[in-house]
Design a protein around this ligand. Structure first.
Ligand code: GLU
Length: 456
């Protein structure tokens, strides 16, 4: 069977770094196996779902380079859910319940007060037909619960957590449908996974107990609908925490827009999140195929994965330093060719720095004031410029070294300062040809002119 994974966000907000990580891992798992990666929009909550978030999710996935092989929407599948629900009802696996939220809360408190787990007591199952009819005559519409099979123990081999076992009797029969007929996420998701041929459900460990319930839903649905779809494999990854080791509010709202604003490249997010929380080293890997080939659930740890902004920034900078011209050409200010990109690339922290460094080539630059001795040296340098060979910087400094006896800092620094206005920066060997002979001579002469100052 073709490996099929899905990323199933609820469009009630934009993606945050935890969602991005789940999406990425599902993408990597599908790509590694030559399989399919689906985007499923979980929008059964009509009140909180927004079309603008659906658009934002698509745009973020595109920016991250996570292409998908199909898009599904739960709101377009209500007829399928209705049919599955009817089949489960016939099979006696769903039942109506009439408690109000307050009544349920009270039951919960009483159970907790007695030191018992707050498991739903199934009181609704004991209602007689007459009692149900009376509730409905009062105008109370039921919500619906899925009836867990207490006799069947729930076991699965989790792709990350290993053997998992749940006692169904220790779980509440989950509410699957609200009194207004709308769906909660759990049952539609199980129906979709079966009907869309999902083979692998990979998600955060906050879903472990949902999986326990959904495994029984799968079995019940297959029986009720006469399907022979195999049960998906499940894997639950440890949650992402802030670098201080805690679940952080900030991470919950940190998304692509904020990354973009800080000059973080999508490749950096992908490289970091692909390996974070695994036993494989986090490295500035630009090549997607390498990340795909090395993706391996068995390397995922059980401890929370720590997201560190500093690490993201280091990876980002390292990736920018390797970026080929063709990949950035469109984003560069006019005039920067491949040689220009290579000259400034090692100095960038983010792409936002490009203009500042390129300004060293185009000018104007502001040179410092020089001592009389250095001014004479710079005048000499202007005269010594020779662009006839293929390395004018080497030619210039070689000539000056011989002619003046200067070496080291005394030889190089006044030249760099006069040519760029800075004490450090791109390799002068690469920069000087970009500045060009005429402009370089002008800058050296200007700095060398007696009493000269500033903009050149
Ligand atoms: N919409 C659900 C969520 O965002 C999907 C969970 C799942 O992957 O099944 O939590």
């Amino acid at each position: 069977m073709t490996v099929t994974t899905r990323f199933a966000p609820s469009p009630t907000g934009t993606l945050h770094v935890g969602n991005i990580r789940t999406a990425l891992h599902n993408w990597l798992l599908a790509r590694k196996n030559g399989g399919r990666f689906l985007l499923r929009i979980d929008d059964t909550d009509a009140e909180r779902s927004r079309e603008e978030y659906v658009d934002a999710i698509r745009a973020d996935l595109a920016w991250l380079g996570l292409d998908y092989d199909g898009e599904e929407r739960q709101s377009a599948r209500l007829a399928q859910y209705e049919a599955a629900f009817a089949a489960l009802k016939d099979a006696g696996r769903v039942y109506p319940a009439y408690e109000t939220a307050q009544e349920l809360e009270l039951k919960r408190k009483i159970a907790l007060g007695r030191g018992l787990p707050p498991i739903y007591d199934r009181a609704a199952l004991d209602l007689t037909d007459a009692e149900r009819a009376a509730k409905e005559a009062e105008g109370i519409a039921p919500h619906w619960r899925f009836k867990l099979d207490h006799a069947e123990s729930i076991v699965w081999t989790d792709g990350i957590r290993g053997e998992q076992k749940f006692d169904a009797a220790q779980l509440s029969d989950p509410v699957i449908r609200r009194a207004d007929g709308s769906w909660l996420y759990m049952l539609p998701s199980a129906i979709d996974d079966i009907e869309m041929g999902v083979t692998d459900v990979l998600r955060g460990e906050d879903h472990v107990s949902n999986t326990a319930v959904q495994i029984q839903m799968f079995t019940a649905l297959r029986g009720a609908m006469g399907s022979d779809a195999p049960m998906p494999r499940f894997a639950h990854e440890a949650l992402l925490v802030g670098s201080e080791g805690k679940l952080s509010k900030r991470l919950g709202s940190l998304g692509c827009a904020a990354f973009r604003e800080r000059g973080i490249e999508p490749q950096a997010i992908v490289a970091l999140l692909a390996r974070l929380g695994t036993s494989q080293p986090v490295e500035p890997i630009a090549d997607r195929q390498t990340l795909i080939d090395t993706f391996d659930l068995s390397t995922f740890g059980r401890a929370p994965a720590r997201f560190d902004d500093g690490e993201l920034e280091r990876i980002n900078t390292a990736l920018i330093h390797q970026m080929p011209f063709a990949q950035v050409a469109e984003r560069l200010p006019a005039g920067i060719d491949e040689a220009g990109w290579h000259a400034i690339r090692p100095n960038l922290t983010t792409m936002a720095d490009v203009a500042e460094w390129w300004n060293l080539v185009t000018g104007p630059i502001t040179a410092p004031d020089f001592s009389e001795e250095d001014r004479a040296y710079l005048v000499q340098a202007a005269a010594a410029l020779d662009f006839s060979g293929d390395d004018p910087w080497q030619a210039l400094t070689g000539t000056l070294k011989e002619a003046t006896g200067r070496k080291g800092k005394a030889l190089f620094l006044p030249l760099r300062q006069a040519l760029t206005g800075m004490d450090h920066g791109p390799d002068m060997k690469e920069l000087l040809p970009l500045i060009g002979e005429t402009e370089a001579r002008r800058r050296l002469e200007q700095s060398g002119a007696a009493g000269s100052k500033s903009a050149s």
